[in-house]
Write a new protein. Structure first.
Length: 883
């Protein structure tokens, strides 16, 4: 492959492309592909250089407060207090280590999030078609694209079947481009090189086989990626509000620290000591861990969701998930199993089962031809490949295939039938048109077979074939067919109509008409077992479920009723009926409509819009190429992992790995839990910091000795902040999380109730700390500042560590138990051990300016530290009982 490529790929013909890329229509061998992967690297856009752990560590010190603290510690070291400097520096280093670990962990989780949703590509390697992660693509790979795929590498089209591509991400041009496989001689701009596809485009129609010419940063999008490579993770709304709040809080704490500094100086404390104390207070009180805790809790939440089959593509979605109040869900495959089995068949004006079809009758034979030939599926080793609607028809045919019908065995296997009546032309199925047609040579005549939605296809039939010949389609016959369709649909069956015509005309959407009607085949697609329960759970959680389907209204309503989506007073609308409604009319009706049938992708956008006008947070599922705009418009766009197109996955914010509706409800529960956990962690951090500030302000204003030495404040910051807060963030889902109404998305975390709780709990701890302080100060005959400080310090750290248990949940510990969250117990045990070391190990005691106390005083500390938790638990217990 070393040869220079003087002309661009679009100017080369197929043979030359294959020669230069040393590949063929069979693709590369696996070995060669592996070799090239080493040579060219993975097919991914390289992101801006990552920060090293060292740099992140150093950045932890690039905080004004920390710098002042270091300077102050150095200065005090010169004035003789070397020990205290060492302690301060080591605590700061430990803090920075903790901060670095948090940062790296948060980044790792974000990365694994990205890896989960990377697109797949269908390649031919060694002559075998396989699906691989698009990052594994190398130049020379043969890739097949079809409607709904994302183009994942630049390539030259070698075989084109009406491929249409949207290249707007590259060229800005929003119209679809018709592609070709012919050589282009002249020099053309990118947008006009119609025999090439470029990474980042979307396949909107048709299919093609493409040889990869460039991957990764060598692709056209890779070349401009440097310009648009915005690697900065966008902050989620919650992060943004909390960051904003932390900023304001930090400013307020600085003001308080300056005030405290002034008071210390005024009371005659040495300049450096005053500074040290004031700055340590600021460091301890500013909740710097807030932002990374939010990221980590959200990221851990998404990992849990991924295990439960819901892949979240960005953190912001976790927040919106918790507020979802309307879920618009597809029917087929999401609420139902997408396991179709053929039921009754209506042909020749009578109803029969598949085994009653008689191939000696031309009518029956043609119906079977249509079912097998206008059909892209296959059954390999008993496994259906392709669309279940289609392979159920194939398996129906196989049921008959082996049968001895009146001694006249149906000899043609479906393989043989398909090879004898080879396909000449086709128009694939799309959910807008709801038809699929293909043309074959039958008895030497070009014959078009079409199958599709009854209402659509029947309108295009001008004749009907009965057992004894062809008759014009009359209103009476039409009425009969429609009545039969209704009867099947009322049983929740999916109905397909079949028709044919002989025609030499080139097949096009325009001439998909003038057909001869053959019959109807009904199929059953049972609801998923979990759907009913999931819909009921959603309802209990204040979430409305709406069914949106391409299927028939009566079928959809029957299934919706069985699953519990459709209540008696509800209504069902078709896409057409929806089109007839004005926005104002739709707004009046929307709350009553729980089933939308025969919808087009545009209808979906209108439905999302209407619900959003009502202030609802809407989740919308989709799988097709055309669903992308609706998925983007919805607050939570949900794509199907198994049956969904790459385009829909790209547009969605969540992917259901199992295509299952019930997974959405689990994800909502997780979203709510993540939010509650973050709120609880914030409550823990802020209430604890508040108690320290109150205690310091109190003593400063009363001109009493300072309650905490600077090193003690840093210790409090290290031991009682991040770890317990993170542990609270890991709290498992509360069983009643889905029994409450969705949270109002406009309401931030800092609601009035939250602030009340914060002040109440922080105040309670502060009162106990101040009480301990007084007991220490007046415990002996002389005023004992050291004992006061030790007691205040011990009470504050222990009370805060215990408070970690309170903040886990709104329920009492009796209800949630200690074993529910081992992280929380672990954080407590670790913190408690460290506090004991500071209080009782002589050398450590000295470092932290802690003195030995009397037995009674230790008991007083224990009592006062336990008091806030006992009171808070009591309140929770009473509330639990009442609920
Ligand atoms: P949902 O939107 O809930 O997934 P759906 O799968 O029924 O519903 P579509 O796939 O858009 O929606 O199908 C719409 C209609 O088109 C079906 O009711 C059926 O009549 C017809 N149809 C479905 N699949 C095919 C197919 N492969 N060939 C021809 N017609 C089809």
């Amino acid at each position: 492959m070393g040869e220079e490529v003087a002309m661009a790929w679009y100017q080369k013909d197929r043979a030359e492309t294959e020669r230069l890329l040393e590949s063929s229509s069979k693709g590369l061998s696996k070995k060669e592909a592996a070799k090239r992967l080493c040579e060219y690297g993975p097919n991914a856009l390289v992101e801006a250089e990552k920060k090293s752990a060292l740099r992140i560590f150093l950045e932890q010190f690039a905080d004004l407060m920390v710098l002042i603290l270091i300077v102050a510690a150095l200065v005090s070291a010169f004035t003789g207090d070397v020990e205290s400097m060492l302690v301060i520096v080591s605590v700061l280093v430990l803090n920075a280590v903790l901060g670095t670990i948090q940062h790296v962990k948060a980044e790792k989780s974000l990365e694994s999030l990205k890896a989960l949703s990377s697109p797949r590509a269908k390649v031919i390697r060694g002559g075998v078609k396989m699906e691989i992660d698009s990052a594994q693509l190398v130049p020379g790979d043969m890739v097949s694209y079809e409607a709904g795929d994302m183009v994942v590498a630049d390539g030259r089209i070698l075989e084109n079947f009406s491929l249409q591509v949207n290249e707007s991400s590259l060229t800005g041009e929003s119209a679809n481009v018709d592609k070709s496989d012919a050589v282009i001689k002249e020099e053309l701009a990118l947008a006009d090189r119609i025999n090439m596809v470029y990474s980042g485009s979307l396949v909107t129609y048709g299919r093609a086989n493409v040889m990869v010419t460039a991957t990764g940063m060598e692709t056209e999008i890779g070349k401009i990626a440097g310009l648009m490579n915005d690697t900065k993770e966008k902050k989620t709304p919650l992060q943004a509000t909390l960051d904003d709040f932390s900023g304001k809080l930090a400013a307020a704490i600085m003001v308080i620290s300056i005030l405290v500094f002034g008071l210390c100086m005024w009371r005659g404390m040495a300049l450096m000591n005053s500074l040290l104390f004031a700055v340590a207070l600021a460091v301890a009180a500013i909740p710097e861990a807030l932002s990374s805790i939010v990221t980590i809790v959200q990221a851990m939440g998404t990992q849990k969701m991924a295990k439960e089959q819901a892949i979240i593509k960005n953190l912001a979605a976790v927040e919106s998930l918790g507020c979802v109040s309307v879920i618009c869900s597809d029917k087929t495959g999401t609420l139902t199993q997408n396991k179709m089995t053929v039921q009754e068949i209506y042909v020749g004006d009578r109803i029969c089962r598949d085994r009653e079809l008689d191939v000696s009758k031309q009518l029956h034979r043609y119906l079977l031809y249509a079912a097998v030939l206008a059909n892209d599926s296959a059954i390999v080793d008993g496994e259906g490949i392709g669309d279940p609607t289609e392979y159920s028809l194939l398996s129906m045919y196989r049921n008959i295939q082996g049968l001895d019908l009146d001694g006249d065995k149906l000899a043609l296997s479906d393989h043989l039938l398909r090879s004898m009546a080879a396909r000449l032309e086709e128009i694939p199925f799309d959910s807008d048109r709801k038809l699929m047609s293909s043309k074959h040579l039958i008895h030497g005549r070009q014959t078009v077979f079409t199958k599709g939605a009854v209402d659509v296809l029947l309108d295009r039939c001008v004749f009907i074939r009965l057992e004894d010949g062809i008759y014009p389609m009359t209103e009476e016959i039409r009425g009969k067919i429609l009545a039969q369709n209704e009867a099947f649909s009322a049983q929740g069956l999916r109905v397909l109509a079949f028709a044919y015509k002989e025609s030499e005309e080139k097949l096009s959407r325009e001439n998909e008409r003038d057909f001869i009607f053959l019959g109807l085949i009904s199929q059953m697609d049972p609801p998923r077992e979990e759907s009913m329960e999931a819909v009921a759970r959603a309802k209990a959680a204040g979430i409305r479920t709406v069914m949106i389907t391409g299927d028939h209204k009566v079928t959809a309503t029957a299934i919706a009723r069985a699953i519990g989506i459709f209540a008696e007073e509800d209504e069902a609308r078709t896409g057409q009926e929806l089109d007839a409604l004005s926005d104002a009319e739709l707004d009046m009706e929307i709350e009553r409509i729980s089933v939308y049938a025969r919808v087009s992708p545009e209808n979906k956008i209108r439905i999302v819009d209407a619900w959003q006008r009502k202030g609802k947070i809407v989740s919308m599922t989709g799988d097709g190429v055309n669903d992308a705009p609706a998925l983007k418009k919805a607050d939570i766009g949900v794509a199907m992992g198994i049956t969904g197109t790459e385009v829909s996955k790209d547009a969605a914010s969540m992917i259901l790995a199992d295509d299952n509706f019930a997974t959405i409800i689990k994800a909502v529960a997780n979203g709510r839990t993540v939010y509650n956990n973050i709120r609880n962690a914030v409550l823990y951090l802020l209430s604890g910091n508040l108690s320290a500030i109150i205690a310091v302000l109190y003593t400063s204003l009363l001109a009493l000795p300072i309650p905490f030495a600077a090193v003690q404040l840093l210790f409090i910051n290290l031991v009682t902040d991040s770890l317990p807060a993170l542990a609270i963030g890991m709290e498992p889902s509360d069983p009643d999380v889905l029994r409450r109404k969705p949270r109002d998305p406009k309401q931030g975390i800092l609601t009035r109730d939250f602030v009340r709780l914060l002040i109440g709990q922080g105040g309670l701890i502060a009162v106990c700390v101040i009480a301990a302080y007084w007991l220490g100060l007046t415990g002996s005959s002389a005023e004992n500042a050291a004992a006061a400080s030790t007691m205040a310090f011990a009470t504050l750290t222990l009370a805060r560590l215990l408070h970690g248990f309170n903040c886990r949940s709104r329920h009492s510990l009796l209800q949630i138990g200690f074993a529910g969250n081992w992280y929380s117990l672990g954080a407590f045990v670790l913190g408690f051990t460290l506090v004991l070391m500071v209080l009782f190990l002589a050398p450590v005691m000295r470092l932290f300016s802690v003195v030995a106390l009397s037995q009674n005083q230790y008991l007083e500390i224990l009592g006062l530290a336990l008091l806030p938790t006992l009171l808070i638990q009591l309140v929770k217990l009473i509330r639990d009982r009442r609920e």
